[in-house]
Design a protein around this ligand. Sequence first.
Ligand code: ZN
Length: 162
Amino acid sequence: MTVRPAVSDDPARPDAAPMALALDEAKAAAARGEVPVGAVLVHEGRIIARAGNRTRELADPTAHAEMMVIRQAAAALGSERLGRCDLYVTLEPCPMCAAAISFARIRRLYFGSSDAKGGAVESGVRLYASPTCHHAPEVYGGMREAEATALLKAFFKERREP
Ligand code: ZN
């Protein structure tokens, strides 16, 4: 059996599979009544964690999709350092998740929608440009952006118009 890496190692041409799975996780989160954000973590070409937001279900304000996959991956690898890992998430990470990504030493961050109101990568505090940030991942935004944005818009529209 040949094992094909799930992702290309060329950062400019990532494989579509992890972001497609992250979008599935975002849809599943919406179905649970959670804000539709999904994340997938890839280690050396293999998907080792996937999750959507679970803040309501777990009554845990830190249960963002990115935090969930970082916890799963760190447990799976038995290490708090995830230096050979790439994180795919449907929305630009918030300050908490951007910091966790830095602490985990994640290699690359791919995200879908930009989040001018709550993001911390290219919006708001721009954490990775801060002199107190000791590890910044390579960042690639705008991946499947239209679909990720459409999911969020539909979710919040539905909540405004019950
Ligand atoms: Zn977050």
